[in-house]
Design a protein around this ligand. Structure first.
Ligand code: UDX
Ligand code: UDX
Ligand code: ADP
Length: 469
């Protein structure tokens, strides 16, 4: 029979583990939830007296305030957490490998493996181990092999796959009412019991018809597939945006008309300067690598094109900026509004903004950055990583960070909107226009501004998916 889960451990206090397990604690006051991480600074931030949490996510602070110290605990003591728990989420990072076999494509499973080995080494009682990080198919199988090879007598480990589908910026809302919760398990009686135990945790707030139970490998593949299909929609619409710019069609109108088909649906058809985030590119490259290792080169090429189109979109946009500014931006000042990969997050992983700024710097432009949530130190770190041929000192000669859009725009030749922050809709454009060099350009990479209104003020506006007027 399924065990009654009383004590949950989450290994990894990042963007996935933190919000997910905080919400479990909120919705299941009868369960003790402990979130551990090796990174002490991160844990200290989760525990900070003024709730200065390590990640920005709307609504997260309220959730943590409601349960921290009640049934939600943050700690660096991984071993103690393992000993106490009856269910363990493994929610550690799985970056793309930087070297070795599959470099640039395959996931680096080192963190998953280390966490799994630690569970095996420390546990003295049976555990349900839940794979929560996005990992390629068959990782659960490897985790199972490691656990079984290292376990002690009377210690059974049941492995589940429970991919997380939350999107950053809306994580709390997504967790409160998920489209679905997916749980994969072995189709054995023990596997099904473990699955039922986890399902009953979610059943505290998720309607049971939204809790889907499938085989382990289907569950793992579904996460990669969902992200690949979502990213594919964006690359499809972005490919069409290039045709629009060349013909006079308007991508907003095209996407609207296409999305009205109930078989297509309206969401995730917003043309942009390119998708970013920790998941889409990484998951597709995983899928490409998986396809190649299964000797399915046509499948690999199909999905690889989604990422290539995204790279093209970013390149195309920075080229449009250069072309429009009379074929040179050397010595010009460009204000880049938005550094995060999407609105309502301070996360910058794979942000299109980074690629654009790198391109502008290589053209020897000056770049003024403003983002409402990204920390300055993060911006410097990302730019240093993106421009390995420049020292940070040299980068700082070309780049300045400003505390507002207005200040970043002053005396610049052009504004580039890279992130769809809502506040960019209500910028005092007339005032900004006065402070800029003329002709003053706005490049809207997010279909955000009112082109007619800005044109009336005097701006030259170039919007993604529309020909330059
Ligand atoms: C299509 C469009 O649906 C329609 O809007 C347009 O006006 C004309 O082209 P049609 O070709 O008549 O219509 O049929 P459709 O139902 O779209 O199916 C096209 C093909 O896709 C069929 O061979 C169908 O079997 C196949 N298909 C459809 C799948 O293989 N899987 C699916 O999920 C849906
Ligand atoms: C994504 C998936 O949505 C989520 O289900 C999964 O768990 C993790 O990966 P996330 O990366 O946090 O979530 O954000 P998402 O809203 O999907 O946006 C990803 C990128 O696509 C962003 O850069 C966003 O700006 C861009 N995007 C999204 C578009 O360019 N156009 C769109 O229509 C939608
Ligand atoms: P994600 O977006 O997948 O949540 P993050 O990088 O935000 O990824 O979070 C993963 C966290 O997991 C990091 O804070 C990292 O320090 C932590 N971590 C990695 N390996 C271990 C481990 N063996 N034990 C505890 N924490 C770990």
């Amino acid at each position: 029979a399924p065990v009654q889960v009383k004590n949950i451990l989450c290994i990894g206090a990042g963007y996935v583990g933190g919000p997910t397990c905080a919400v479990i604690a909120l919705k299941c006051p009868q369960i003790k939830v402990t979130i551990v991480d090796l990174n002490k600074a991160r844990i200290d931030a989760w525990n900070s007296a003024d709730f200065d949490l390590p990640i920005y996510e709307p609504g997260l602070e309220d959730v943590v305030r409601a349960c921290r110290g009640r049934n939600l605990f943050f700690s660096t003591d991984v071993d103690k957490g393992i000993l106490e728990a009856d269910l363990i989420f493994v929610s550690v990072n799985t970056p793309t490998k930087k070297s070795g076999v599959g470099a640039g494509f395959a996931a680096d499973l080192n963190y998953v493996e280390l966490a799994t080995r630690q569970i095996a080494a420390v546990a003295t009682s049976s555990k349900i181990v839940v794979e929560k990080s996005t990992v390629p198919c068959r990782t659960a199988e490897s985790m199972r092999t490691i656990l079984e090879a290292n376990s002690k007598p009377n210690c059974r480990f049941d492995i589940l796959s429970n991919p997380e589908f939350l999107a950053e910026g809306t994580a709390i809302a997504d967790l409160f009412s998920p489209d679905r919760v997916l749980i994969g398990s072995l189709q054995t009686p023990e596997g099904k019991d473990a699955c039922a135990a986890l399902a009953s945790v979610y059943a505290n707030w998720v309607p049971t018809e939204r809790i889907l139970t499938v085989g382990l490998w289907s569950s793992e593949l579904s996460k990669l597939a969902a992200n690949a299909m979502l990213a594919q929609r964006i690359s499809s619409v972005n490919a069409l945006s290039a045709i629009c710019e060349a013909t006079g069609a308007n991508i907003d109108e095209v996407a609207h008309a296409v999305g009205y088909d109930s078989r297509v649906g309206p969401k995730f058809l917003k043309a942009s300067v390119g998708f970013g985030g920790s998941c889409f590119q990484k998951d597709i490259l995983n899928l490409v690598y998986l396809s190649e290792s299964l000797h399915l080169p046509e499948v690999a090429a199909y999905w690889r094109q989604v990422v290539e189109m995204n790279e093209y979109q970013k390149r195309r946009f920075s080229k449009r900026v250069v072309d429009t500014l009379f074929n040179t931006i050397t010595g010009k000042h460009i204000a880049v509004l938005g550094f995060a990969f999407k609105a309502d997050t301070g996360d910058t992983r794979e942000s299109a903004s980074i690629t654009l700024i790198r391109d502008f710097l290589s053209e020897r432009a000056f770049v003024n950055i403003y983002d409402p949530k990204v920390a300055e130190s993060q911006i410097w770190q990302d730019l240093a990583e993106a421009c390995p041929n420049l020292t940070l000192e040299n980068i700082k000669k070309q780049v300045k960070i400003f505390p507002s859009a207005i200040e970043a725009s002053r005396n610049s030749e052009a504004i580039v909107i890279a992130t769809e922050w809502k506040e960019f809709k209500t910028i005092a454009w007339a005032e900004v226009y006065e402070s800029m060099k003329k002709p003053a350009f706005v490049f809207d990479g997010r279909l955000l501004v009112n082109e007619a209104e800005l044109t009336k003020i005097g701006f030259k506006v170039a919007t993604i998916g529309r020909p330059t007027a």
